[in-house]
Design a protein around this ligand. Structure first.
Ligand code: COA
Length: 268
């Protein structure tokens, strides 16, 4: 099945391999996917071997919900194998995040010139392009278009457009693990937050992030979320904290083959 992909040619190639592998591996109990590369869950039997092979095939992979204490050794092993590593703190949110979303949407609304669109299968390609423009300008790689459109997994993506139809902010969420997984089957990744520099500070990230959370609950019954935050991203930490998320001692590690992605990173 075809999908829309965004980003550099190298990024788009990685996204296409990720989607193809998801199609092959979606029944694997340890797999994770929300529209970039296929990754694995910490603690599943054989998960780290699977991640190494996924990184070889895709050029990227990830392992999530690693206890923070296990990160240094895992990181050292992967670096010894030649991978560039991005380390994200996993910020997690459940009832607090859903309560925060309701509070944010009661208290704040976008400026008059802005229209907010939840993307679906029938959304015009121009809405996805506008989302991709604002996301990529902020250094955030949009997930595969079929995920943005909610066609492959329970997912919600949101774009805010200005009066000229240009993207000013975006957010997204998607389920993550095998739907039958006892612990993570009803957990969703949340994020892809980006706001155009000239519209920062208007609480658009808070509003769009809250819409994504609320719609995941309303449409798909999802009540647990997580996101990855890199050390030093103060703006991201502020938005996550205000959105009811907090770090709970777990991490996400993403190995990238620097021969596949120059710069050694798939996304912020
Ligand atoms: C993170 C980002 C999306 C925030 O967008 P935004 O629309 O300006 O954020 P908001 O206006 O909704 O701000 C939400 C809260 O965060 C705070 N905040 C925003 N930027 C901040 C910063 N640089 N430092 C500290 N706090 C900050 C705001 O003050 C606000 O809190 P308040 O309501 O208590 O005043 C934007 O800075 C961005 O695009 N960054 C680059 C991409 C990125 O790193 N995305 C996150 C990774 S997925």
């Amino acid at each position: 099945m075809e999908s829309e992909f965004f980003g550099s040619p190298d990024q788009q190639a990685v996204l296409a391999r990720g989607l193809a592998l998801y199609d092959l591996l979606c029944d694997h109990p340890a797999m994770t996917y929300y529209g970039r590369g296929v990754g694995v869950l910490w603690g599943a039997p054989g998960a780290l071997d699977l991640m190494a092979r996924l990184a070889t095939v895709q050029g990227v992979s990830n392992c999530s919900f690693i206890p923070d204490a296990n990160v240094p050794a895992l990181r050292a092993d992967l670096e010894a194998d030649g991978y560039s590593i991005t380390h994200y703190a996993a910020w997690e949110g459940s009832a607090d995040a859903l309560t925060a979303a309701d509070r944010i949407l009661d208290a704040h609304a976008p400026a008059e010139d802005i229209s907010v669109h939840v993307i679906d299968a029938k959304s015009p390609a121009s809405h996805l392009q506008a989302l991709a423009d604002v996301s990529l300008e902020a250094g955030v790689l949009p997930v595969a278009g079929c995920i943005l459109r909610g066609q492959r997994r329970p997912a919600v993506s949101v774009v805010a457009l200005d009066g000229k139809g240009q993207g000013v902010s975006c957010a997204a969420a998607a389920t993550y693990a095998h739907p039958d997984h006892p612990e993570y089957g009803k957990v969703a990744w949340w994020g892809m937050l980006a706001t155009r520099p000239d519209r920062k500070g208007e609480r658009l990230a808070l509003i769009l992030g809250a819409i994504a959370l609320r719609e995941m609950r309303r449409r798909h019954g999802i009540k647990r979320f997580f996101t990855g935050v890199t050390a030093g991203n103060a703006a991201s930490e502020a938005v996550c904290r205000r959105s009811g998320f907090a770090p709970r001692g777990r991490s996400i590690i993403s190995p990238v083959d620097p021969r596949v992605l120059r710069g050694g990173k798939l996304t912020k």
